[in-house]
Write a protein that binds this ligand. Structure first.
Ligand SMILES: Nc1ncnc2c1ncn2[C@@H]1O[C@H](COP(=O)(O)OP(=O)(O)O)[C@@H](O)[C@H]1O
Ligand SMILES: [Mg+2]
Length: 307
């Protein structure tokens, strides 16, 4: 058996195990659903993804949820900065096999753990099969203790960003009123729908003056999608106003939800977090299977790729 075949078999065995683990009866008897996976993504950088990921996480904990934020962006303004922590290890140490995923995760505030970014993730395609399989198992093992898993993807349509979006139950697309942000958001929906069969998006408009401006951004994006991409559904999730309190909190390395809980941006974030929790979980065609590495590997296998 060649290497790809044997890996395929291992993944398939692992997949059946996972499916059994989360079969409806089992899930019911444990009283615990698999975590919801939200990706926070954008076509353009600097639109507020990392702040939104961190602050949504705080809002989720206020609703009694256990959250993990996976920093999948190698950019400069990372999630650890938002929470003012200096993690000693990162995902690269897991990829190299030195550490378990549970060992590199850092609790930044009660109910929120982060998985710090590492250069090992610069290009997923460079990981060896063994490394991918190891990660698959690692992510699977932490799944039971999490209610919500947030992936802060980088910006743009690189293959990493696309795969993280593909892996999420819900892809939350961030745009601002800037024209380039809207065209880049459109490009993201186009590539995701045409190359990865992802048709559902939730749009969150950041840094707006008022609701009218947010709705205008939504309309522009939907008009373009309706015209050129026939089967894409973009839901309006809400907006966050441009808010100096948020800027101040960034400077203080504290999430605005903690520093200024009554600010306009915090109020919007709270509402959005509540709406997200209430929103129906989207099930993919292969059921509510958990965790994205498995989906990543399966997708590669289904394309006949040597993963
Ligand atoms: N709602 C907002 N109001 C005011 N400034 C904002 C808002 N959202 C983001 N910003 C500013 O934009 C900067 C970039 O945000 P960040 O979350 O790092 O974006 P990204 O992760 O998309 O690159 C922040 O440091 C902050 O100064
Ligand atoms: Mg960021």
């Amino acid at each position: 058996m060649d290497q790809a075949n044997s890996l395929r078999q291992m993944v398939s065995t692992r997949t059946s195990q996972l499916k059994r683990q989360i079969s409806p009866q089992k899930t019911k008897s444990k009283g615990k659903e698999p975590p919801r996976v939200f990706s926070i993504t954008s076509g353009k950088g600097g639109v507020g993804k990392t702040n939104i990921a961190g602050n949504l996480a705080v809002a989720f904990t206020e609703l009694g949820k256990n959250v993990v934020i996976f920093d999948a962006d190698l950019g400069l303004a990372n999630i650890d900065i938002i929470f003012n922590v200096h993690p000693p290890y990162n995902i690269s140490n897991v990829i190299s096999g030195e550490k378990k995923l549970a060992e590199i995760m850092v609790e930044v505030t009660p109910g929120i753990r982060i998985i710090p970014a590492g250069s090992g993730f610069a290009n997923l395609t460079y990981l060896t099969d063994g490394q991918k399989l190891n990660l698959l198992t690692e992510f699977d093992e932490i799944g039971d203790k999490i209610d919500i898993f947030i992936i802060d993807t980088g910006a743009g349509i690189s293959s990493n960003v696309l795969y993280f979006n593909l892996a999420a139950d819900d892809c939350i697309l961030i745009a601002t009123p800037e024209p380039t942000s809207i065209t880049d958001a459109y490009a993201m929906t186009k590539v995701m729908s045409q190359q990865h069969n992802t048709k559902h998006f939730k749009l969150l408009v950041n840094m707006v003056e008022n609701v009218e401006e947010a709705k205008k951004v939504y309309k522009n994006l939907v008009n373009a999608a309706d015209k050129f991409l026939h089967d894409v559904v973009i839901e309006y999730l809400g907006y966050i106003p441009y808010d100096n309190s948020l800027k101040m909190s960034v400077r203080n390395r504290t999430p605005v939800m903690k520093m200024y809980p009554d600010s306009a941006s915090s109020k919007s974030i709270k509402k959005i977090a509540g709406d997200l929790i209430k929103s129906a979980r989207r099930f993919d065609s292969d059921g509510n299977i958990k965790f994205f590495f498995k989906r990543y590997i399966e997708e590669r296998l289904s394309h006949g790729s040597n993963i």
